[in-house]
Design a protein around this ligand. Structure first.
Ligand code: FE2
Length: 568
């Protein structure tokens, strides 16, 4: 049996479950090459079918999520969605009516699923699916936070867990608390949009001149450049109140925005970011702590875009009452495609426990890659076995170089986890600066992150046994005397956002193992393989284009070593 999951909002995409196994998942941006793509996921649907060698007709069930009024209106008027996408991503100047649109957006946020919005959404989704060639399918609607909860609960490996979702909004809610017990997922409470901590953080991002739904990580990074101060002195401290059952915002989203604007006007940027981050951490910590106490479950699975905040995640991890944690890697709305499919399979077949890793996208052969490389000149190409590539790449990294490392199936989610990565030494500031100058062009205050062998995490980080950070979703304090070794991958506050590499990616583990043989520690700088502002590369064509555009010297790709002798 096949269940296709689709998502047609921010970070659209598709996922496929075949006979109770997740066999494919990818985001549409990788195909259209528009970061955070919002268009209907025609390309990812086709890629999922091609991967599984299926015809559109073979799909019996399709799941989609989110039928709130605003989302339904976007489906009726896709140009409004495109307009917002282009405006938000700074592809167009601010039009005169933007303030009115902005106010209308926040005024409408509290309207969730309206009568008829599900039927209208389903009509439009079905029409698009028929364009994609699907004919005899049954369409399933999954509520937004149920889909988030399903991604966290069913891929965590926990048999019993507390399941917490928090985001800006979806289907009239901004968060939920559920439990998974003996394979049964049950929701206990939810947060309304009026009390959304996700919208709060989104508004702060907007007010600081950055792109909401995209640059929230920059606010988190910038916050650490502020002089620290106590919560009592925080001008935003009264914006949220806590109770046993949830979070209460002092203002509705519209009023909150103007109050935040007023305070930010008189506050240095990094201090304002610090205030917002401090409020977020406090709200999430209390919210999770209360939920753990109420349900008496210490193993907690998280999803929803707000849990991309690795510093807040670290504060939560440090709760004594939290025994084990798991954050779903595509925690934002990009995870909706898989979430819808997972929940539908849970309802139909009772499946609530999947063997999961994030390597769920397309892969390419050596022959595909050679064909693309033959179209180019100026590159030297050599065949290299996987073992040789690992030791060769390690030597180059240890020698003070950065390189592109592209192989196997593409990762699902925002992080490159060793299959579409740029790798560099973890302790070399100069290489980091060169990488930033020519390729990544990140803001000066944004740190890079490390990948490290799981066995070395305890030697480099203040590590614990509460969970392995497989997907770079958690910050850790680093060990002080390793500062030099981690110079290029540690944030100004001494924390890092590591990937712990185990047996889920043997080729990557082998590479880092060779780095360890040369330097004594299994750690490298790992950043996503893309040019600033573009999605992560998917195909050999994308990789070659990136190599040329950045004039990069070394690339390991699908069994080939490519050198651009003229490269930097
Ligand atoms: Fe969401």
């Amino acid at each position: 049996m096949h269940i296709l999951g689709i998502w047609d909002g921010h970070e659209s995409g598709a996922a496929l479950i075949e006979d109770n196994r997740i066999i494919y998942a990818a985001s549409e941006e990788r195909f259209t090459r528009r970061k955070m793509e919002i268009k209907f996921p025609f390309n990812s649907i086709k890629a999922a079918l091609d991967y599984a060698k299926l015809k559109p007709d073979d799909i019996e069930h399709v799941a989609y999520t989110t039928t709130e009024l605003t989302k339904t209106l976007e489906r009726i008027m896709p140009y409004s969605k495109e307009y917002y996408y282009r405006f938000r991503r700074r592809k167009m100047l601010k039009p005169h009516f933007e303030n009115a649109r902005h106010n209308l957006k926040y005024a409408m946020t509290s309207i969730g699923i309206a009568p008829g919005s599900g039927a209208v959404s389903s009509y439009i989704i079905s029409r698009n699916l028929r364009h994609a060639g699907l004919k005899n399918f049954k369409l399933h609607i999954v509520e937004h936070h149920v889909a988030h909860a399903a991604t966290a609960a069913f891929t965590s490996g926990f048999r019993t867990s507390l399941v917490v979702t928090v985001d800006g909004l979806g289907d009239g809610k901004s968060g939920s608390i559920s439990t998974l017990r003996n394979g049964k997922l049950e929701r206990h409470s939810s947060l309304s949009v009026r009390n959304s901590i996700g919208i709060f953080y989104e508004q702060v991002t907007n007010i600081l001149g950055m792109r909401e739904l995209e640059d929230e990580g920059k606010i988190m990074a910038m916050a650490d450049y502020s002089y620290p101060f106590e919560f009592e002195e925080n001008k935003l401290k009264g914006f949220f109140e806590f109770s046993r059952t949830g979070i209460k915002a002092k203002y509705g989203p519209l009023k909150q925005f103007s109050m935040l604007q007023r305070i930010s006007w008189q506050t240095p940027r990094e201090q304002f970011a610090y205030m917002a981050q401090q409020v977020l951490e406090k709200v999430l910590k209390e919210f999770v702590q209360n939920a753990i106490e109420e349900h008496r479950i210490g193993d907690v699975a998280f999803a929803g875009g707000t849990f991309s905040n690795v510093k807040a995640n670290m504060i939560i991890r440090n709760l004594d009452s939290l025994k084990h944690w798991y954050v779903f890697p595509h925690m934002g709305d990009g995870g909706m495609a898989l979430g819808g499919a997972l929940y539908t399979n849970y309802l139909m077949n009772g499946v609530s426990d999947y063997k999961f890793n994030a390597y769920l996208g397309d892969e390419y052969t050596e022959a595909d890659t050679e064909t693309e490389l033959r179209k180019e000149s100026g590159f030297e190409v050599q065949h290299e076995s996987e073992r040789d590539a690992a030791s060769h790449a390690a030597e180059l990294i240890n020698g003070g170089n950065y390189l592109f490392w592209c192989r196997g199936r593409m990762e699902y989610g925002p992080r490159a986890l060793g299959n579409r990565s740029i790798l560099a030494p973890s302790g070399d500031d100069k290489v980091k600066d060169k990488l930033n100058l020519y390729v990544k062009k990140r803001e000066w205050f944004q740190p890079f992150a490390p990948s490290m062998l799981e066995e070395d995490c305890g030697r480099l980080l203040k590590y614990d046994s509460k969970g392995a950070p497989r997907y770079m979703t958690m910050a850790y304090e680093t060990i002080e005397d390793k500062a030099d070794l981690l110079k290029a991958v540690v944030h100004v506050d001494g924390t890092a956002r590591p990937q712990a590499v185990g047996d889920e990616n043997p080729a990557y583990k082998d590479l880092i193992g060779h780095v360890k043989k040369l330097s004594g520690y299994g750690v490298v700088l790992n950043t996503s393989f893309n040019i600033h502002g573009e999605p992560i590369v998917m195909s050999p064509r994308d990789a070659i284009k990136t190599m040329k555009a950045t004039n990069t010297r070394y690339m390991f790709i699908n069994g080939l070593f490519v050198e651009n002798k003229e490269g930097i």
